[in-house]
Design a protein around this ligand. Structure first.
Ligand code: SAM
Length: 218
């Protein structure tokens, strides 16, 4: 299997998803090692298909100052840092210090440590208290926190900046009625409603892997 189990979308037909992943070029040794680790330890990374979309968005927008909310082992952080180049400043944030320790090892191996600032703690608080505004904010925290993550991120995003959020179809569950105790699905649904209702955002929900919402702030 080309597309590993931890990257299964849950709503795209298997053969179509396999085809999409087969098209992707091989990754380098560090990214390959991280994908293997994520698969073996069930770490929920964005994976290479969404990582390429992030790369494209960073390169087309020219983003240099980037904040990531929910970085885990730093897989998406490395893609962002590479896309933004040596002049970039990319803020890693995660609540788990063990994740941050592992991520720092990978940043070193990938040769991007100098452009990454590692912060451990609540990403919603960290984005708020980090001085200055950002060109690009990537949101990948716990799904029940998505509405609050949006409220925390938007004041910190420059006008014309991109606010990108992963898992906005949530294995397809976002499209169906959610049980009252399914806080993650309810969080994603409320987030989707909020971004499309916002007067300052122009959102597009892309049904790639688990759903990625790209919003430009006006
Ligand atoms: C889906 S994983 C991130 C994966 C990463 N973006 C990637 O694609 O490589 C979510 C991570 O967010 C962290 N997290 C969740 N809520 C958080 C919060 N409020 N503040 C900081 N970290 C949080 C979890 O510890 C977990 O490591």
């Amino acid at each position: 299997m080309i597309r590993s189990e931890n990257l299964r979308s849950g709503y795209i037909q298997d053969d179509v998803e396999e085809y999409l992943y087969k098209l992707l070029p091989e990754r380098d040794a560090v990214i390959g090692e991280m994908e293997k680790y994520a698969e073996e330890h069930r770490v929920p990374i964005i994976g290479p298909a969404v990582a390429r979309l992030m790369t494209l968005l960073v390169q087309v927008s020219g983003a240099k100052r980037i904040f990531e909310m929910g970085s885990a082992i730093g897989y998406s952080t490395i893609w962002l840092a590479r896309a933004a180049g040596p002049q970039a400043e990319v803020f890693y944030s995660d609540g788990n210090p063990e994740n941050a320790r592992r991520a720092e090892e990978y940043f070193h191996k990938a040769g991007v440590s100098k452009r990454i600032r590692v912060h451990v703690g609540d990403a919603l608080e960290l984005v708020n208290k980090t001085p200055g505004k950002f060109d690009f904010i990537f949101n990948d925290v716990d799904k029940q926190q998505y509405p609050d993550a949006m409220r925390a991120a938007l004041p910190k995003l420059k006008r014309g900046g991109l606010f990108v959020t992963d898992n906005t179809l949530w294995s397809g569950k976002a499209a169906r009625p959610a049980a009252a105790d399914d806080k993650d699905t309810l969080g994603v649904q409320e987030f989707n409603r909020l971004v499309y209702a916002s007067k300052e955002l122009f959102p597009v929900l892309i049904p790639l892997r688990d759903g990625v919402t790209v919003c430009r702030k006006s």
